[in-house]
Design a protein around this ligand. Sequence first.
Ligand code: PNW
Length: 452
Amino acid sequence: MKDFMYGAATSAYQIEGAWDEDGKLPSIWDEISHEAHRTKVRNKHTGDVACDHYHKWKEDVKLMKELGIDAYRFSISWSRIMPPSPTEVNWKGMDFYKQLVYELKKNDIEPFVTLYHWDLPVWLDILGGWGNPNIINHFKGYACMMFEALPSVKYWITFNEPAVFVNNFWGHNDYSEAVRNVLLAHGEAVRAFRQEKMKGKIGISLNLIPAIPHGKKDIKKDKLAAENISKTHNGIWLDPIYKGRFPEDINKLIGFDSEKLVFSKEESKIVSTPIDFLGINYYTASVIEYDETRPPSYARGVPAIKEKDEMDTAIVPYGIYSITDEMMEKYGNPEMYITENGCAFTDSLTHDNEVHDHRRINYIKRHLEMCKKAVDEDINLKGYFYWSLMDNFEWAFGYTKRFGLVYIHYPTLERIPKDSFYWYQGLIRGEKMVNKNERELSLKYGGKPEIR
Ligand code: PNW
């Protein structure tokens, strides 16, 4: 695919470790994993050390170079760089990201920087987190601090998957307040990005789940039910960002008896400040059937898809096409990147230190084929990031789930590229060769033929 970026993604808490080093303050994930009874994360795992990327970043950039990726998506740990005073910077923490970005650029790897991947500083959580409107200004200040500190970064992502951290009540205890405040914080950051005349692009990463009507009994009714699910999961974020308002019947669909999810005129302008691209984290699709016993959505999920990964996530490659197609139809074909797509399997090391993860290769291949279908149909999809570059801390599952192209041997922290790593490397090399040959060919034979 031409002008298409191949990448890999990670997030701060999941790989960095060094949880209290160089002045880093605790985030809610340090708190969740350290909680007294240690019941919240499987096997009492914590991100204290994780992949120790904070110390091994140079080795990791080398791996990325070997992999051949065009771009690398990572996130900033807010509590690593910002103490409770909005004007102060923890320079030691900031230097880590400055060095990382410098090293990536030096190796021709484009950084995609996510500002918020779920690890809220505890000092903000104490103030009410995403439930307190004051956080909008805090986030804006933090975003500006990062824009200024990393001026060579061309791609910024405000939030990773609000639908996950808001729905899980990570960093707040009021759903509708958190939805509004996250969207407003996003909009304010985008505005500030424009006001500061930053070069580069800014967007957001949403975990969109296409809702596919089952259509076995009554396709018309199933379509209605699927639309309801799509609104509560996808539209609740997409409509404010692209249209400045929530889906019309959202309050009813969520079950609020008053209009909790609304924006004033001014707020509507803020949340819909135009973005440059949309990041889509694609993992699965849902199949929906109408069910009259289930108001207000009248929807029921049908377990129609049997193929699953180790997270019990249904594998539906077609959905990566259908969701980008839906974006073209409903939201005017914005520039899009798949900022995450990946699977967990029980990978094991062979006696000669290899990982034969053929199911992962098959997974990536099928999803990329669907990306190609989208690109061939002029859907404005510009890149694909595999989740994840390396095995890491999978939130409540701790280290029990492996998503990486690179295997992490946790006792020694050794990095061992899996077969999928070499397969992805081959694919990227092949694409580069084809594109180069095509360019050479068009230079040779291009232009108007001479007519005598
Ligand atoms: C993502 N789903 O979340 C997160 O952004 C990552 O931090 C995480 O490690 C990764 O997935 C793997 O779980 C998901 O709806 C959100 O299927 C939603 C879904 C899957 C993953």
